[in-house]
Design a protein around this ligand. Structure first.
Ligand code: C2O
Ligand code: CU
Length: 568
């Protein structure tokens, strides 16, 4: 129980009874058991990792400001960690989850108790495994309601429904990961996309289990869209219905009416669906947005059904919504570039947009290659594929960075992450010399003072193959103040920044051969991971970490480590 007393120690007993109100809330406990569970999809059965046997895993519910406790038991034969994506975890990096960044993995048979503390977030987030590729099936929604007594930034919807987009392989995901590591090439593409764990009508052996959302004509539904896919940015739409975007990454946006949505892995988008159409059912559908030339992709389409209650007269079979073409970059940015913070009314943006910043960083995000003995790897021309930020391909340390930082253990990481690319060249040129493809390996972090104001410009490059990179930061959200194609121009581009109502996000897709600029204040002491949320790019090294130093007062400092931290 967590209790607070409204008024204390009043001398008159009668008044004490009236005014001394004890407000007690039980802290909610959850049990997450990681286990292997047989699942049948696409006509075949395999064993997958789940939480409590469920796919998607259990939904966590909270109100803004709550703390919940999750006991994670690892009953599987693989190491695992669990991350609360987009939850800032103020002063508590110990429970954030990325393996070898803030903790050692939970070993088979092990247990770890994690506090999940909601502070500024309101809307939808999600949780997922953060070790190797186990997040392929280990994920679930987090719904954060407004504080009791406050309301949404829009009329209360009739109901709210998580819509979790996922990805399915017939093969075992650990086998795919091992092969990917060994060959050095692109990983096998998935066999299906999923909506709430189901492929939908367009796949074999799937139709009987298609996810159905029952709606009543005239009512409004809040769809909490989450992209939990391992490797792909997705387009999503609902046939004959426009939807209104009202939030992203647990922060309200100005209402935006759209026909389709682009959603990156890691991102969440809240949308209102008005049930206002005459037929009995309609498809919602999602398929890939894949921008890298020459890279294979899963070209299938997942569907679910919107079913109007009380309408049983069979009309014509439902049709698919319009979805942009697979490589339609213009369609992708056309959606993403229109998001704006609500920034007004009862729900102002929770942090102010930094109008000036102390630190300006330019980070190139690149796909790379390493030469391979006898050209025997499966990457381009026998090379091994890699990826980097500012030409450093991140190497996972043997113990977590947070532990090394806290206990002053030397030799685990370096503090020389570069503020700008080591070599300046035309990053987005059509042809780039092969010599530029090879990155350097390293485990480097960027150390920042408490409350540092920072601008990061992520610059995509055309090395190997230009593509979009959904960059994600742990511990703090950022304002997406600008984006563009080609090379960032530090004289001209900042003049076009939106410093008034930029969207507050934890993940931003840097457009193919373009850039995205974010601003934020690092008010959360700890070690915070930053990485591309396409799992293959993360495995190739497209990541780094920030260390945010303690502030001057006790309540601006990191908590001490919990006693049950898993050991390496
Ligand atoms: Cu979804 Cu490192 O995060
Ligand atoms: Cu990437």
């Amino acid at each position: 129980m967590r209790c607070s007393v409204g008024v204390q120690a009043l001398p008159i007993l009668g008044l004490l009874l009236v005014l001394g109100i004890h407000r007690c809330e039980a802290i909610v406990h959850h049990k997450f058991v990681i286990q292997e569970t047989p699942y049948t999809r696409l006509c075949s059965t395999k064993s997958i990792l789940t939480v409590n046997g469920q796919l998607p895993g259990p939904t966590l519910y909270a109100h803004k400001g709550d703390t919940i406790i999750v006991d994670v038991y690892n009953k599987a034969k693989y190491n695992i960690t669990i991350h609360w994506h987009g939850v800032k975890q103020p002063r508590n990096p110990w429970h954030d989850g990325p393996e070898y960044i803030t903790q050692c993995p939970i070993k088979p048979g092990g247990k770890f108790r994690q506090n999940v503390t909601f502070s500024l977030e309101e809307g939808t987030l999600w949780w997922h495994a953060h070790s190797d590729w186990s997040r392929a099936t280990v994920y679930g929604a987090i719904i954060i309601y407004p504080k009791n007594g406050t309301s949404y930034a829009f009329a209360k919807p009739h109901a709210d429904v998580p819509i979790i987009l996922g990805e399915w392989w017939k093969q075992d995901i650990f086998a795919i990961y091992d092969e990917f590591q060994q060959t050095g090439g692109d990983p096998n593409v998935s066999d299906a996309y999923l909506i709430n764990g189901q492929p939908g009508d367009l796949y074999p052996c799937s139709k009987q289990d298609t996810f159905r959302l029952a709606v009543e004509y005239g009512k409004t539904y809040l769809l909490r869209l989450i992209n939990a896919a391992l490797q792909d940015i997705l387009f999503f739409a609902i046939a004959d219905h426009q939807v209104t975007v009202v939030g992203t990454d647990a922060s309200y946006t100005k209402p935006l009416k759209v026909d389709y949505i682009t959603i990156s892995p890691g991102q969440t988008i809240d949308l209102l669906l008005e049930a206002n159409q005459p037929n009995d059912h309609y498809y919602m559908a999602a398929r890939v947005y894949s921008s890298a030339a020459g890279v294979a992709y899963d070209n299938t389409t997942t569907t679910a059904l919107i079913q109007y209650k009380g309408r049983y007269t069979p009309s014509s079979p439902p049709h698919l919504p319009y979805l942009p073409y697979y490589n339609d970059t213009a369609a992708s940015v056309n959606f993403t570039g229109r998001l704006r913070s609500l920034a007004s009314g009862d729900h102002p943006v929770p942090i102010t947009v930094p109008q000036t910043v102390k630190h300006k960083f330019l980070f190139t995000v690149s796909v790379n290659t390493f030469p391979c003995a006898n050209d025997s790897c499966a990457g381009p021309n026998g090379s091994r594929l890699a990826a980097s930020v500012n030409n450093i391909s991140f190497v996972s340390p043997s113990i977590d960075i947070l532990q090394a930082y806290y206990y002053h253990i030397k030799g685990v990481y370096g503090t020389r992450f570069p503020s700008k690319p080591p070599l300046k060249f035309d990053f987005t040129a059509e042809y780039l010399p092969l010599a530029l493809e090879t990155p350097r390996k390293g485990t480097e972090v960027k150390v920042l003072e408490y409350n540092a104001t920072v601008e990061i410009v992520f610059q995509g490059t055309n090395l190997v193959a230009g593509t979009d990179h959904p960059m994600h930061l742990h511990g703090t959200s950022f304002y997406v103040v600008g984006w563009g194609f080609g090379n960032f121009d530090k004289k001209k581009d900042p003049k076009r920044y939106n410093l008034v109502d930029p969207p507050l996000q934890n993940t931003i897709a840097v457009p193919k051969n373009g850039w995205a600029a974010v601003r934020l204040q690092f008010f959360n002491p700890g070690v915070w991971f930053m990485h591309c949320h396409l799992e293959r790019h993360l495995s190739w090294g497209m990541e780094m970490a920030f260390i945010v130093e303690n502030g001057p007062t006790p309540d601006t400092q990191m908590f001490p480590p919990p006693s049950d931290m898993p050991l390496c």
